[in-house]
Design a protein around this ligand. Structure first.
Ligand SMILES: *[C@@H]1O[C@H](CO)[C@@H](O)[C@H](O)[C@H]1NC(C)=O
Ligand SMILES: *[C@@H]1O[C@H](CO)[C@@H](O)[C@H](O)[C@H]1NC(C)=O
Ligand SMILES: *[C@@H]1O[C@H](CO)[C@@H](O)[C@H](O)[C@H]1NC(C)=O
Ligand SMILES: *[C@@H]1O[C@H](CO)[C@@H](O)[C@H](O)[C@H]1NC(C)=O
Ligand SMILES: *[C@@H]1O[C@H](CO)[C@@H](O)[C@H](O)[C@H]1NC(C)=O
Ligand SMILES: *[C@@H]1O[C@H](CO)[C@@H](O)[C@H](O)[C@H]1NC(C)=O
Ligand SMILES: *[C@@H]1O[C@H](CO)[C@@H](O)[C@H](O)[C@H]1NC(C)=O
Ligand SMILES: *[C@@H]1O[C@H](CO)[C@@H](O)[C@H](O)[C@H]1NC(C)=O
Ligand SMILES: *[C@@H]1O[C@H](CO)[C@@H](O)[C@H](O)[C@H]1NC(C)=O
Ligand SMILES: *[C@@H]1O[C@H](CO)[C@@H](O)[C@H](O)[C@H]1NC(C)=O
Length: 824
C-alpha cells in the first residue's frame, strides 16, 4: 500500500512537472515572458552571462527560507546583489512561482497568494515581459513600445548593493531618497538598521543613518574638480572607478562605472553598519578595497543597548556587568543590535529598600560616553550620583568638567578606549556586587550608607582635586624628566621659528638652541584636536620611551592652541637626504646602510613589542629616520599617530612622500596593526638597496616601480647584485644583501599575517634566524602582469598628492600607472 501510494504521488509530481514545464522559462533564457513562470531551481541568466536570477537560500542547511534574488553568475562564491521579497520569504520554492500577472511581475507563495509585486499601476492590455540585463538590472518592458522607459526596473529599487551603472537618487519632486539598506544579518535579507542615502538637504553628500534617524557618517560634499567626496580623500588614490554627479530639476544622484569593464566590483551597505567596496579577484575571493567608517565602534548603536564596543576585541561588543545578551542567537550571527538586558531588576523597581540594600554604581573608566545624555544642574559628583539614584529610570551618570550627565532608560554607544576618555557609573542592583569583583571597574560605595562617610569622601575628593589643580599649574616638570617649556622660551630658542629643518604630516620642525647651548629640534603640531589632558597623557607616554634607536623627547609646550614637542637635535639629518643624494661623494656605503636598517628595525621592534602599550608608528619612511653624528639611526615621530588620533588618516593621505610606503590595509579600511609598519619598513628596505625612491622615472621617461622588479629577481633567484645601487659598484656583502632583499619581500606581503614581526626582522638581519624565499606579493604580482588596478598601493612616493589635485594631474598620474604596468 505504502509503495503504491508513494508511486502515485511520484506519478502526480511527474505529471505536474511535465505540464508546468511548458510554461516555465526555458534553460538559459534571460527573459520571463507573459506566458512563462519561474519556480524551484530555475534561473534566468543575463545575455552576457554576468548575472543570474531565481530563488536562493541565504542560510542553506540552517533555514528553509527562500527568496527571489539576483547574484553574480560567474563568481564562485554565491554573492547576492538584489533581493525582491526581502521581508517575506517562502519555504517551498517548488510550489511558489514568479510570473507576469496583469502587467506586473508577481511572486506567489505556496498558498498561491501574492507576496511581492513590481506593483506599478498597470493599464490593462499592455503586453509586458521581464528581462535580466547584463548590468544587473531586472527590467519590466512594454512590448508594444520598445522605446519607452522601463515600466519598472530593479535599479530603481536598491537593496543593499550598489553596482556600477546604478544610481542612488534624491528625488527633488517628492523629496524622497533611494536607500541602500543593510541586511538584518548575514542570513536574513530583511532590511536592517543601517542605510546609506544622498543627504536630503541638498549638500551633495552621502550619509549613513541608523534606523533612518541617527546619522553617524557622512562623505562630505562632492568636490567636482578633485572628483572626491571631501571627507574621503583616499578617493584620490582610486584609479579604478569613475564617479559622476548629476543634478537637475527632477533629481540628483551619483553613479559610477568601473574603468575596466571586466572587473567585478560592488559597493555594499554591510551588516556591520559600514559601507564597503569589494572587488572580485582572479584568485577567487572578494577583496575589501575600502570601507567607512573606518572604526567599527563608530557605527551608531552597533552593539545595541547596555553594551560596550571595543576595537581591541575580536567581537567588538560585550554586555556591561550585570547585563546579558538579549538574544544569544542574534549575537551569534553578529547581529548585536538587540544589545543586552539587565540580569537582576533594580531594587528601586521592586521597592525593596526596606531590606537595607539599595542600588549601587559600577564604574567604567576610559570610556567614550553614550549618546544623548541629559544634563542635570547639580553641584558635584556626589549630588550627581544621588540624583541618579533617586530617579529609578536613571541608569547611569557621569561627571565631567564640573557637569553632571545622566542617562534615562536604555543607552547606546558606550565605547571602551585604551586610554583617555571619561568615566561612567552604571546603576546595578546591589546583589550584582556580591559575586567576585570584575576587574574592569571598581565598586563605588552606596550613597544611602552613612551620610558622614559621604561627606568625608567628598571632603577628601575636594582636597585632592584642589591639590591636583595647583600642582599642574605650578610645576614645570611632569612625569619623569620631561620639561614643560614656555612658548616664548621656544620662540627665543628657535629665533622665532626661523630655521626650518623639515615638515611632515604632523607639522614643521625647527632648529633651536637652549640657553645651556644644547641643540634641539622643535616640532610644531598642526593637526591637534584634542584636549590638554590627553596631550599631556600621551606626551608623557612618549617621553617615557627610551631606546638607542628612538629619538629622545626632551619636553613639550602646551599653551593656548599651540602644541610643540622638543627633541634632541640630530646633526646628520634624516635618512632620505643621504640615501637619495644627488651628490656622488655623499652616498652611504653598504655597511652603513645595513647598520641603519638593523638599528631602525630594533627601534621599531621596541615600539611594537617592548613598550607597555604597543605603539604603531604609522608613518615609516626615510624622512622619519634621523641620523646622529655616528650615523646611528633614530626613529622619529613615533606616538604621533596616536596623539593626532582620528585626524591621522586624513593627514596621512594628504601627506607628501608617504603613499609609496602605505600598507594596503590603510586603503581597504581594515584595522591597522603593527604589521602596517612592517610593510612600510619593507618598502623602505628596497630603497636601501637601490639608493633611489621606489618609484622613479627611468632614462626613457617611463615610471619604474623598483619593488615589483626586485621581488621578481629575488623570487627567481637572480643575481641580486644587479639590484644594487650602481654607486656602490657592487661593493656589498652578498649574504647581507640576500637577507635584506628576502626580508624586504616578506615584509610587503599583502596578507599581514604573512609578514614577519619587527622582532623577527631584527633576528633575520642579525643572522640569528634564517629566512626562506618569499612569494611575490599579490599586489605587486598583479601589477607585474598586466593590470593597473593595484598600482595605487605603490604610487610614486615622490609625486605630489595634494587634496586639491587638478584633473590634469589625476590624468597624468593615471598615465603614469599605465606606463608602469606596461613597462614591467
Ligand atoms: C510564449 O509566448 C511567446 C511569445 O510571447 C511565444 O513565442 C511562445 O511560443 C509562448 N510559449 C508557450 C509555451 O506558449
Ligand atoms: C502566503 O502569503 C500569505 C499572505 O502573506 C500568508 O498569509 C500565507 O500564510 C502564506 N502562505 C504560506 C504557506 O506561507
Ligand atoms: C502596492 O502598492 C500599494 C500602494 O502603493 C500598497 O498598498 C501595496 O501594499 C503594494 N503591494 C505590494 C505587493 O507591494
Ligand atoms: C522596436 O520597434 C521598432 C519599430 O517600432 C522595430 O523596428 C524594431 O525592430 C523593434 N526592436 C526590437 C528589438 O523589438
Ligand atoms: C521638498 O523640500 C523642499 C525644501 O525642504 C520644500 O521646499 C518642498 O516643498 C518639498 N517638497 C515636497 C513635495 O515635499
Ligand atoms: C526605529 O525607529 C522606529 C520609529 O521610526 C521605532 O519604532 C523603532 O523602535 C526603532 N528601532 C529601534 C531598534 O530602536
Ligand atoms: C566617466 O563617466 C562619465 C559619465 O558616465 C563619462 O561621460 C566619462 O566619459 C567617464 N570617464 C571615463 C574616464 O571613463
Ligand atoms: C523632469 O521631469 C519632467 C516631467 O517628467 C520632464 O519633462 C523633464 O524633461 C525632466 N527633466 C530632466 C532634466 O530630466
Ligand atoms: C523583588 O525582589 C524579590 C527579592 O529580591 C524577588 O524575589 C522578586 O522577584 C522581585 N520582584 C520583581 C518584580 O522584580
Ligand atoms: C526621572 O528623570 C526623567 C528625566 O529627567 C523624568 O522625566 C522623570 O520624571 C524622572 N522621574 C522621577 C520619578 O523623578
Amino acid at each position: 500500500m505504502e509503495i503504491i501510494k508513494n508511486n502515485s504521488w511520484l506519478m502526480l509530481f511527474v505529471l505536474f512537472t511535465c505540464f508546468s514545464l511548458k510554461s516555465h522559462v526555458s534553460f538559459g533564457a534571460d527573459t520571463i515572458s507573459a506566458n512563462q513562470s519561474l519556480s524551484g531551481d530555475q534561473t534566468i541568466v543575463s545575455k552576457g552571462g554576468v548575472f543570474a536570477f531565481g530563488f536562493f537560500n541565504p542560510a542553506p542547511g540552517k533555514s528553509s527560507n527562500y527568496y527571489i534574488g539576483m547574484w553574480y553568475n560567474k563568481v564562485s562564491e554565491r554573492t547576492i546583489v538584489w533581493v525582491a521579497n526581502r521581508e517575506q520569504p517562502v519555504s517551498d520554492r517548488f510550489s511558489s512561482v514568479l510570473r507576469i500577472h496583469y502587467g506586473n511581475l508577481v511572486l506567489f507563495n505556496e498558498s498561491k497568494l501574492p507576496i511581492w509585486s513590481t506593483n506599478w499601476t498597470a493599464t490593462s492590455g499592455r503586453s509586458v515581459d521581464a528581462v535580466l540585463l547584463n548590468e544587473g538590472n531586472l527590467v519590466l518592458r512594454d512590448l508594444s513600445n520598445n522605446l519607452s522607459e522601463p515600466l519598472w526596473q530593479s535599479f530603481d529599487h536598491p537593496a543593499h548593493t550598489w553596482i556600477p551603472g546604478m544610481k542612488l537618487t534624491f528625488n527633488k519632486r517628492n523629496n524622497v531618497s533611494q536607500l541602500l539598506t543593510s541586511w538584518k544579518n548575514k542570513e536574513n535579507p530583511a532590511p536592517g538598521l543601517f542605510s546609506l542615502e544622498l543627504a536630503p538637504d541638498g549638500s551633495n553628500q552621502y550619509v549613513i543613518l541608523w534606523n533612518r534617524s541617527e546619522q553617524y557618517w557622512r562623505s562630505g560634499p562632492w568636490d567636482d574638480n578633485a572628483k572626491i567626496f571631501s571627507l574621503v580623500p583616499e578617493m584620490t588614490l582610486n584609479y579604478i572607478y569613475n564617479f559622476s554627479y548629476v543634478s537637475n530639476e527632477n533629481e540628483s544622484y551619483f553613479t559610477y562605472s568601473v574603468k575596466d569593464s571586466t572587473y567585478t566590483s560592488r559597493f555594499i551597505m554591510d551588516v556591520s553598519g559600514q559601507v564597503k567596496q569589494m572587488n572580485w579577484l582572479p584568485t577567487n575571493s572578494w577583496f575589501l578595497f575600502w570601507s567607512q567608517p573606518r572604526q567599527q565602534c563608530e557605527v551608531y548603536a552597533f552593539c545595541g543597548q547596555f553594551s560596550t564596543c571595543n576595537e581591541q576585541t575580536e567581537r567588538f561588543c560585550s554586555c556591561l556587568k550585570g547585563f546579558q545578551q538579549k538574544s544569544v542567537s542574534d549575537w551569534n550571527l553578529e547581529d548585536f543590535s538587540g544589545g543586552c538586558v539587565r540580569k537582576t531588576p533594580l531594587q528601586c523597581e521592586n521597592n525593596s529598600l526596606a531590606n537595607g540594600k539599595s542600588d549601587q554604581f559600577f564604574q567604567y573608566i576610559n570610556m567614550n560616553l553614550p549618546k544623548h545624555p541629559q544634563s542635570v544642574a547639580v553641584g558635584g559628583i556626589r549630588e550627581c550620583e544621588t540624583h541618579c539614584l533617586n530617579n529609578c529610570s536613571c541608569t547611569a551618570y557621569a561627571y565631567k568638567d564640573n557637569a553632571c550627565s545622566i542617562w534615562v532608560g536604555s543607552f547606546v554607544g558606550l565605547q571602551q578606549l585604551q586610554g583617555g576618555g571619561d568615566t561612567i557609573y552604571i546603576k546595578l542592583a546591589a546583589s550584582e556586587f556580591e559575586s567576585p569583583k570584575n576587574n574592569k571597574g571598581v565598586v563605588i560605595g552606596s550613597v544611602v550608607g552613612s551620610v558622614a562617610v559621604v561627606a568625608l569622601i567628598g571632603l577628601i575628593m575636594l582636597v585632592y582635586l584642589r591639590r591636583r589643580k595647583t600642582a599642574t599649574v605650578t610645576t614645570k616638570t611632569v612625569e619623569g624628566s620631561l620639561v614643560a617649556f614656555a612658548y616664548k622660551d621656544l620662540q627665543t630658542a628657535t629665533k622665532n621659528f626661523s630655521e626650518k629643518l623639515g615638515g611632515g604630516g604632523f607639522g614643521s620642525v625647527f632648529k633651536g638652541v637652549l640657553p645651556n647651548s644644547s641643540l634641539i629640534a622643535v616640532k610644531k603640531l598642526e593637526s591637534w584636536s584634542q584636549g590638554e589632558k590627553q596631550f599631556r597623557t600621551e606626551v608623557s607616554t612618549i617621553g617615557n620611551i627610551q631606546h638607542v634607536n628612538l629619538v629622545r623627547l626632551l619636553g613639550f609646550c602646551s599653551e593656548g592652541t599651540s602644541r610643540l614637542l622638543v627633541y634632541d637635535f640630530m646633526p646628520n639629518g634624516s635618512l632620505d637626504s643621504h640615501l637619495f643624494t644627488e651628490k656622488d661623494s655623499d652616498f652611504l656605503d653598504w655597511k652603513t646602510r645595513y647598520q641603519i636598517a638593523l638599528g631602525t628595525a630594533r627601534g621599531l621592534a621596541y615600539l611594537h613589542e617592548k613598550c607597555r602599550d604597543c605603539i604603531i608608528h604609522c608613518d615609516i619612511k626615510p624622512e622619519n629616520i634621523l641620523l646622529d653624528a655616528e650615523f646611528c639611526p633614530k626613529v622619529s615621530d613615533f606616538g604621533l599617530a596616536k596623539l593626532v588620533g582620528r585626524e591621522f588618516s586624513r593627514v596621512l593621505t594628504t601627506m607628501r612622500g608617504t603613499r609609496g610606503y602605505l600598507a594596503p590595509e590603510w586603503i581597504s579600511g581594515v584595522a591597522i596593526t603593527a604589521k602596517a609598519d612592517v610593510y612600510s619598513y619593507g618598502m623602505m628596505l628596497f630603497e636601501f638597496v637601490s639608493g633611489r625612491r621606489n618609484s622613479h622615472e627611468s632614462e626613457d621617461g617611463k615610471v619604474k616601480f623598483f619593488p615589483s622588479w626586485a621581488a621578481k629577481q629575488i623570487v627567481e633567484g637572480s643575481n641580486l647584485i644587479s639590484l644594487l645601487d650602481p654607486r656602490l659598484e657592487g661593493n656589498a656583502d652578498e649574504e647581507e644583501l640576500a637577507r635584506l632583499c628576502n626580508v624586504a619581500c616578506w615584509c610587503i606581503q599583502d596578507d599581514e599575517t604573512h609578514r614577519p614581526s619587527m622582532g623577527q626582522v631584527v633576528q633575520i638581519l642579525e643572522g640569528v634566524l634564517d629566512v626562506t624565499l618569499p612569494p611575490i606579493p599579490r599586489a605587486l604580482q598583479v601589477m607585474v602582469d598586466d593590470h593597473e588596478h593595484v598600482v595605487f598601493f605603490t604610487e610614486s612616493s615622490s609625486s605630489q598628492s595634494s587634496l586639491s589635485k587638478s584633473n590634469n594631474s589625476t590624468a597624468s598620474a593615471q598615465a603614469k600607472s599605465t606606463t608602469l604596468s606596461r613597462s614591467s
